[in-house]
Design a protein around this ligand. Structure first.
Ligand SMILES: [Mg+2]
Length: 181
């Protein structure tokens, strides 16, 4: 059986949202990046935890999941953010660019309809900081139909912690047909 997808968000997961006073976790260091289509004199400041690269590589190397970026950074995830963490070129889901003013225009995460179509009936673990109750219902419904799905939801001001990846590995290793690491 093909390993389940690991869908990986960036903002609120690898890049924590700042606190009200603008501070970010002491574990994260500052980088200035220039996303595609932006001029070099207009970079975006991001905060990344260098431990996240090795943590994610430990998961990827098991072969128990198939990693893919699922983020509004789109291709910049592969070309800018991943390399700063020492990650190889990972594929990304080419999400649409809807004109929305909230991340939950229909009560659930705006990415979800696109992800649902992209996944088909493939099992998936999805790490994102922005799921709603309706997204958890969607995951439960997919699982009930045989497409095992779990949602892992870091706190957006804290981001990814090791226990989130432990949860990913525990789930993936228990799927029917999972390869042994
Ligand atoms: Mg996010």
């Amino acid at each position: 059986m093909r390993p389940p997808y690991l869908l990986l968000d960036i903002d609120g997961v690898l890049i924590p949202f700042p606190d009200a006073d603008g501070s970010t976790p002491a574990t994260h260091t500052r980088h200035d990046v220039v996303p595609a289509g932006r001029s070099a004199d207009n970079p975006v400041t991001v905060w990344l935890n260098s431990d996240h690269g090795p943590m994610l590589m430990d998961v990827i190397r098991t072969g128990l999941i198939t990693p893919i970026w699922c983020t509004s950074w789109r291709q910049d995830a592969t070309t800018l953010i991943g390399p700063l963490l020492g990650l190889p070129d990972l594929p990304y889901i080419d999400l649409p660019r809807p004109q929305i003013t909230t991340s939950h225009p229909n009560g659930y995460l705006w990415k979800r309809d696109h992800v649902d179509a992209w996944l088909g009936d493939a099992p998936a673990v999805w790490i994102d900081d922005d799921f709603t109750r309706l997204d958890h219902d969607w995951a439960a419904a997919r699982t009930a139909k045989g497409a095992g799905t779990i949602l892992v939801q870091p706190a957006p001001r804290l981001g990814l912690h090791p226990e989130h990846l432990t949860e990913v590995m525990t789930w993936a290793s228990r799927l029917p047909g999972a390869r042994t690491a």
